[in-house]
Each structure stands twice: as C-alpha cells, then as structure tokens.
Design a protein around this ligand. Sequence first.
Ligand code: ATP
Ligand code: MG
Length: 564
Amino acid sequence: MRQSQLFLATARETPSEADVVSHQLMLRAGLVRQFTSGVYSFLPLGWRVLQKVENIVRQEMDAAGAQEVLLPIVQTEDIWERSGRSEVYGEDMFRLQDRHKRNMVLGPTHEEVITLLVRQEVRSYRQLPVTLYQIQTKFRDEARPRAGLLRGREFRMKDAYSFDADALGLDSSYQAMYAAYCRIFERIGIEYRAVEADPGAIGGEGGTHEFMVLSEAGEDNVVSCSRCSYSANVEKASGQALTADREPTALDKVRIETGSATTIDQLSKFLQVDPSQIVKVLVYIADGVPLAVCVRGDHEVNEVKLKNVLGVSAVELASAEEVKEHVGLPIGFVGPIVSMRTIVDRDVLTVTDGVAACESEGYHEVHVLPGRDFPTDEIFDVRNVTEGDLCPKCGAPLLFQRGIEVGHVFKLGTRYSDVFETLYKDADGVDRTILMGCYGLGTSRIVAAIVEQCHDEDGIVWPMTVAPFQVHVVPVNIKDEEQSRAAVEFYTRLRAAGVDALLDDREERPGVKFKDADLLGMPLRITVGNKIRDGLVELKYRRSGHVDTLAVQQAFDAVLAMVK
Ligand code: ATP
Ligand code: MG
C-alpha cells in the first residue's frame, strides 16, 4: 500500500476523550474512530489488524476441529425469556420491535440460538461431538462503555459452542478449546494468563477459565503465584489457610467500654490490637434470609465465595435498617453471637486473643476465642485473598495484577440443553441430554489489549503476526530520484514476495515521516536515504530501536527471514 493513498490521518496530540493508552494510540494512529458512545468505525489500518487477529483465531479454531457457522444477529426475545436470561441481561440487551410488534433483541451472545439449532439438527450420538463457532459483531448496551475497544456496545467476538454426549467428551472439547486459546495468544505474541474463574450468572456446573492479558488498564484483578502456574480471578482465588502464630489466650473474655470506637481502624488504635485479632461480623441477606459472616478485621468478605458456599442465587450486604430489624443493633455493634446462622471464615481460627462486638452499644469484649466464646460450626473460606497470602498449590507468595479479560472458556453442562430439551439418542436408542460448553473470545478487545501491552512513548509496537503491515519502507526524500526509485523497487519486491509492505511515498519532511512510522508501529522499517548511493539502506527494528545499515539485498533477505 502506498501511504499517499491510504485513508489515514495521524495525530500528534493525545485526544482528550481517551483516558487509556490503547484508546489514545488507536485514535492517534488512525485505527478507529468513535461513531457514538461505545460504537466504532474501523479504518483501514485497524481493520487490517482485526482481520489478522480473527484469521489467527479462525485457523486455530479450524485446527482444533471446530466448524465455522454464522448465526443471526437479530433474535426473537422469547428464547431469552425461556432461558431466563432476558432478565439477567436486562438493560444490557439492545431491544427492538419488528413491524408486527414482536419483541426482538440484537444478539449479545448465542447460547440460546445455537442450542435451538442443534436441537433441530442432532438426533443421534453418531453426530456428536461437534463444536461450532462464528466470528461476528455482538451488541451489549453496556452501562459504562469505556476505553475504546476494551468495552464497546457494539464489538467483535468469536463464540464457539461444543456439544457432547457425556462428561468425558465435554472435558476433552473444553481442553481442545483451552489449548487453542493458548496457541492463539502465543501466535499473537502477547503475555496472558489462563485464570481459574467463578462460573457466575451464566449458570452451569464445572470448570471455567478466563484468559487475561496483564495490563494496568484492565478491570479485573488477577491473582497468580510468583513461582508456579497457579492463577485465578480474585473472585475465585484462595490462599493457603493461615496458622495462628501464638497460643490461645488463657484469660476469660472481658467486656470493656470502647465508647464511640466502632470501625476496625478505630478499635485497633483504641485497644492497641492488630486488626487481625479483631473479629468482624457482617450481616448479609441471602435470597431474602439474613445471616452473619465473621472474618478477621484485616480481611474482606468475598461475596462470590459466600454465595457459592450458601448455594443461593444472590447475597447482599444488609443495610443499616435491615441490621436493626434483624439484630436490633446498629451495624458496628453486631458481635459473633447472634441468633441467626453464622458463617465463619476459616482464618478467624487464627484469632488467639480476640476483640469482638458484644451486642451492646459502646462496649466490646477482649480475650475472645473462636469456638470457646462463639460458635464455629460452619467454617469456610469466604474471604478475598490479600497481599501476603500464599499459593494454595505450592506455598510461594501470591502476586496481584490487573488484567483485561480477552477470552472465556466455560463448561455449561446442561444449563441450556435442559431448557431447550436438546437430546440425542444413545447407542441403545435412549434419549439423553447433550452437554455443552461455550467459548468466547473478544477479538476487538484483543486488538486494544495488544496495543495496551505493545507500545512505548513513541507509539504502537505491533507484534509481527498482527501488524497492519509487516514492513514500512520510508524514503527520506521522495524527490530524490535515486532514493525514490530504490524505495519503490524494495517495496515492489517485498510485495511480490508476499510481504505486507507500506511505502511512505508522501512529500513530507523526514522528521514527520519517522514520527508517523514510530506511531504506526510496523515491526520493521527500511529507511532509504543518502547512503543508497553506496547501495546501503537502514533496517530499523521498532521494538528495540536497533538500526542495522545493510546492503540492499542483505536487508531484503533479513526482512524476509523475519517475516516468515
Ligand atoms: P466482561 O466481564 O468484561 O463484561 P463478559 O464476562 O461479559 O466480559 P463474555 O460474555 O464471557 O464476557 O464474552 C466473551 C468475551 O467477549 C469476553 O471475554 C471479552 O473478551 C469479550 N467482551 C465482552 N464484553 C465486551 C465488550 N463490551 N466489548 C468488547 N469485548 C467484550
Ligand atoms: Mg460483560
């Protein structure tokens, strides 16, 4: 492509509407333009990158045995009512009516549609297993579209769905998709983690992993081991159980006046005790039923774990009014002995000389011991891991990082095949329910995640496999006939060899061209300048900034070797 013809305008200034680096650079380098909140146009360079990402995805899906289909974007709302997800998605779903006043939606995902399709097509165990996928635009009216392509309202996704006869089959379909995802991210060339995640609202039993690109711009907290491969979403992560570092106190508990001190911080200062020795009690409402949860003062309740332990569909911290209603006390005075079900976090057992509220305003008890002074019948891990926790697998310290969720693999089991009665006949002619898995990959989000991870202060640093062009040929002075001729020839030869090359044939000052080349970020740059008189050109590596001065043929061979 000749740059003078390219539909592209670069910008020096950082656009004011963009707060994260990938969004800024994608606007500055002319990859995308916002149409309206969370809705973008892809310009030629951005579209090239997206297509390269999607082609890698397509190749790896095909290699894993998945078959490509294309499902409708316009869906009838009734199938979402049947699965119960119309309410789950709520306002996140773009809704419309057709001319017959029938309620329709724009597909945010396709479990319902594909389950119905497979229900129609699959009759026998002989047709299983099968994995189908598509690459398509998805619609979600996100409450807070942000950061350009990272969270759009219209975005691109690869979604795959596996259908198996039994749990063993589902395991291997899941593993195949998991492995394909690893290859995709390795080929793209970005650092990622496959993290254990919580199954969440989508439903179903069994395993689920999120694929995270580590980046400060991410909205997710990723916990990973500093030594082994353990990695989990913060909702799911658990450390090793802590052990007490002192003998339990022999003293009986004593009630003392603590006045207006109610928060952990105030109590810790007032009583000169470490927050880890304070027993914090929180009242939750779980599916309408109040209950108490005890954690150490230095720990936070993990509501996802709590929800799972209780086997309920929703838990919510009780409001001050609800606490008053159920316990008869202001929030800060609820102690571990309450006349309601009490869940105790396992690390509360390390409290050896504790402090706890005691149902009377203005007082606390000291020398409190779990088990002795309050019941510990229901002990679970219901807290968030924190700095200092150790890996549950190998005991090394856990690290906390931010991540962008770029993909998600999920064992659905019979969550949808039950709803839509998606059955097959086994070898004995008996009807059985198909087991499903679903596998999402946000291809437009991946483009932003790549930029988030691959840039420096001068611009984007594309990995070779997804760069809009692999080589940028830049004649320093296009009006110099010798330079111009050599540059065009180099460019033409590259194209003939199947290399994606961009020729900067614009009449611009060298400084402008070099700045643009750095901003656009093609991995290799061939600069044709005065040295061409001696048959030499410069080969610049965008990532390292290293420059080699080489004979034309040598430079050509080097470029070919690196592109292949
Ligand atoms: P998130 O928690 O970030 O909203 P999700 O759990 O809703 O993601 P899934 O329903 O699992 O996402 O969708 C599969 C993939 O689609 C995600 O892993 C992500 O890469 C991508 N994705 C989801 N929502 C968006 C969005 N609003 N914009 C861009 N990509 C998205
Ligand atoms: Mg979402």
